[in-house]
Design a protein around this ligand. Structure first.
Ligand code: GLU
Length: 441
């Protein structure tokens, strides 16, 4: 059974980077007929909030990334405690008492000697007596996971291919703070085991963590999940951008971007598959293939998103947008207006044009006379047929006008604008009464 998880910390809103991670986990779970879990990494009680948790759920729902279950780390601390005790008994975690200042000094000395700043494991040399002394002084330890230096760390990443770390070049990671609170590393590995996570899809900023966590899986006697580390997301200028770190669903929604446009873009950028406008995610689900993910950063381009969005809006069925349209816009009106929209919200502008009033420009005397004759024709014609075709055909025969001379003044008088939806679709919506009144000079 394929089980993926999206594991945000509820310490902020989702942004394009973690939306993309969530999306790939969701797409893969759906492709494999598996499950997609939301796991709130909320061990940091101070920075986590229910408000953010709620916003994350709402954003996932808006994006259409339905979840098959939710877990939260704050409710599972007894599980971490149990795993910790076992690892301690097995000698895989150990207490350390260095202060942050002492650790910083060690780092500086190592760097000064041109050595990698790897923790020197001095805490492993402490005698029982020294530990007891620290404790009587009221100093609590933080806890480190002891890496097995004899076991090379190897895995075949689904995106990055074969990976190798030498554990001797890595610091034993701190997994628990002085106050007993948990850092990310161990709880996450415990959860992945106990929740049966089969695939971990996350950003390549976690590659080293994976190396460390693989030894935790091993120490817990559990087979590790498969890993796929995706390249990071950069702005169109090719750089990590601060703006992307805060650009989220609210901003997209406000600027009229459809969830399906974001899904279409984030699903495919940074892969060798073309970005295409999918109003429905089925083709994305079907085509997701980690071997087609590039190791170069994925570029997020607002202009590309806008263009995709326009394209998707032009595909949306009336049913998909009905609850977002102004009163009175029916399926026929939607189809008439749709090809002219960049966002669904823009439909309101065109509906205002249909309902009026409209401001038309001042026309010269000859054009005004032409429009008066158009009003008379519009009055007498049968509106149950193809009124635009009949009206313009009639006026062409009457006046000899054609092309722009024929169509533009009519459009201007009827809509107050030079461009817009096909008049053939718009005119029946405007209707006889309003049309005649707008044409009359
Ligand atoms: N909370 C971690 C993060 O947001 C989760 C990483 C993971 O997927 O394991 O970076």
């Amino acid at each position: 059974m394929t089980i993926t998880r999206f594991a945000p910390s509820p310490t902020g809103r989702l942004h394009v980077g973690n939306i993309r991670t969530a999306l790939h986990n969701w797409l893969y779970a759906r492709q494999q007929g598996g499950q997609f879990l939301l796991r709130l990494d909320d061990t940091d009680a101070e920075r986590s909030s229910e408000e953010y948790a709620q916003a994350i759920r709402a954003d996932l729902a808006w994006l259409g990334l339905d979840i098959d279950g939710e877990e939260r780390q704050s409710a599972r601390t007894d599980r971490y405690e149990a795993a910790f005790e076992k690892l301690r008994e097995a000698g895989r975690v150990y207490p350390a008492f260095e202060t942050p200042q002492e650790l910083e000094l060690k780092r500086k000395v190592q760097l000064g000697r041109g050595k990698p700043p790897v923790y020197d494991r001095a805490a492993l040399e402490l005698s029982e007596q020294q530990i007891a002394d620290f404790e009587t002084q009221g100093r609590a330890p933080h806890w480190r996971f002891k890496l097995d230096h004899d076991a090379q760390i190897l895995w075949d990443d689904l995106i990055r291919g074969p990976q190798h770390f030498d554990p001797a070049l890595l610091s034993d990671p701190v997994i628990r703070r002085e106050d007993g609170s948990w850092l990310y590393m161990l709880p996450s590995a415990v959860d992945d085991v106990e929740m049966g996570i089969s695939h971990v899809v996350r950003g390549e900023d976690h590659v080293t963590n994976t190396g460390l966590q693989l030894q935790m899986f091993e120490a817990m006697g559990a087979p590790p999940p498969a890993f796929a580390h995706e390249a990071l997301l950069v702005g169109s200028e090719g750089k990590l951008s601060k703006r992307l770190g805060s650009l989220g669903c609210d901003a997209f929604r406000e600027s009229g971007i459809e969830a399906s446009a974001i899904v279409s873009l984030l699903g495919r950028i940074g892969t060798s598959d073309p970005v295409e406008p999918f109003a429905d995610p089925a083709p994305l689900i079907e085509s997701l293939d980690f071997t087609r993910f590039s190791r170069a950063p994925a570029r997020f381009d607002d202009e590309e998103l806008k263009a995709l969005n326009t394209n998707i809006v032009h595909q949306l069925d009336y049913e998909a947008v009905a609850d977002r349209l102004p009163n009175g816009v029916d399926a026929a009106a939607w189809l008439a207006i749709r090809p002219n929209l960049e966002t669904v919200a823009d439909a309101g502008d065109w509906w205002a044009v249909v309902e009026g009033p409209v401001d038309s420009p001042a026309f010269d005397a000859e054009t005004a006379a032409f429009l008066d004759s158009a009003a008379a024709r519009a009055e007498s014609l049968d509106w149950s047929g193809e009124i635009w075709k009949d009206l313009t055909g009639q006026l062409k025969a009457d006046t000899g006008r054609k092309g722009r001379d024929l169509f533009l003044p009519l459009r201007q008088a009827l809509t107050g604008r030079d461009h817009g939806p096909e008049m053939a679709a718009l005119l029946p919506l405007i209707g006889k009464q309003r049309a005649v009144a707008r044409l009359k000079r």
